[in-house]
Design a protein around this ligand. Structure first.
Ligand code: NAP
Length: 330
């Protein structure tokens, strides 16, 4: 796989990043370790986890930690082969300091993540969600402390829009604080609300690392109109993690399936490749349950779809409205 730059960090990452949200359940520890090793052997050098991940057992405020512990075990003898990302902000308990982006919570959770991950340093520390109760400058100063302490190397944001990233860059420049280098957003062929933010990220050295580029498996072609979901699929095992499946969704899925068949590319690979075609994107975070799924994702990095397919995909799944450009007409 040809590596890509992660924004202005200087890091080179594989275009596919291993997501770990299902580590613990339905992917049991031993299988998760095997999948992680297989991913590294296939050329993936980027792993995404979070302090709260614990597979399907997760509920709002549950303590998390399970996925980080598994990743720590998996990387015990191969830590240097990966860029390791984890996150902070989501609730890990009922108390007021058990969530968010205050210095107390960030620095406490960072120490816990380091311990679970069995590492001295996290390459990319990500603020998982915005926290409207904490001034952004407080958060950036806590991040700066962690950088000065050598506990993190770079920081990224998740679930932030372009104006929020802009505020981060502005505060960082004004106060000589760390600059945000990555943006982890929900983005797929089916989900393009933040499409217009991609240009901002590209222009300002922020590598975009979308999550759910397969939309939880919908974009793999395994769900069919009018048929029950396959028994071992997420829609069967954990329906509340899936989108509602209606006729409008199947209209789009069937149109994408037809295009992928025309290109002679399996639908999952086609969907990932069609998303990777956006130049702002550094890496797609893909969740997997089985070895063949990682192999499929890695194969997508080398797939080429005909250039005229991209406008056709835009017609099937239109990007959000953008002001027409009367100056350049582009
Ligand atoms: N920052 C955030 O707020 C946030 C939120 C969500 C996720 N994430 C990150 O993004 C990662 C990916 O999210 P996700 O797992 O929800 O979404 P996803 O990558 O779109 O979907 C992954 C699921 O699709 C199915 N699948 C994958 N490849 C397949 C293939 N080739 N053929 C058939 N089915 C296939 C598998 O489920 P089944 O086999 O069970 O059907 C797999 O668990 C997470 O692990 C996490 O690291 C971040």
């Amino acid at each position: 796989m040809q590596l890509r730059q992660l924004g202005s960090s200087g890091l080179m990452v594989s275009p596919i990043c291993l997501g770990t949200m299902t580590f613990g359940s339905p992917v049991a520890e031993a299988d998760a370790i095997r999948l992680t090793h297989a991913a590294i052997d296939l050329g993936i050098n980027f792993i995404d986890t979070a302090n709260v991940y614990e597979g399907y057992a997760r509920y709002l405020g549950s303590p998390g930690g399970v996925a980080e512990e598994i990743v720590g075990k998996a990387l015990r003898d191969r830590r240097d082969r990966v860029i390791l990302a984890t996150k902070v902000a989501a609730p890990v308990g009922p108390g007021p300091q058990d969530r968010g982006l205050s210095a107390v919570h960030i620095l406490r959770e960072l120490d816990r993540s380091l311990k679970r991950l069995q590492t001295d340093v996290i390459d990319l520390y990500i603020i998982h969600w915005p926290d409207k109760c904490v001034p952004l400058e407080v958060t950036l100063r806590a991040i700066d402390t962690a950088v000065q302490q050598g506990k993190i190397r770079y920081f990224g944001a998740s679930n932030h829009s372009a104006w929020q990233l802009c505020e981060m860059l502005w505060l960082a420049d004004r106060n000589v604080l760390p600059r945000v280098v990555s943006s982890q957003i929900p983005y797929s062929l089916l989900r393009r609300e933040l499409h217009n933010d991609l240009t901002f990220c590209q222009q300002h050295g922020i590598g975009v690392t979308p999550y759910q580029s397969l939309q939880g498996g919908l974009l793999t072609g395994k769900y069919r109109r009018g048929q029950p979901p396959p028994a071992d699929s997420r829609a069967a095992e954990k329906p509340d993690w899936m989108w509602q499946q209606d006729d409008a969704l199947f209209d789009r899925l069937e149109a994408i399936a037809q295009q992928s068949a025309e290109a002679g590319v399996p639908m999952a690979q086609y969907a990932l490749c069609g998303t990777l075609a956006q130049p702002a994107i550094s890496s797609l975070i893909v969740g997997v349950k089985r070895l063949e799924q990682i192999q499929d994702a890695v194969a997508a990095a080398n797939v080429v779809i005909p250039p005229d397919h991209l406008p056709k995909l835009d017609a099937i799944c239109p990007p959000p409205w953008r002001q027409p450009d009367p100056v350049r007409g582009m």
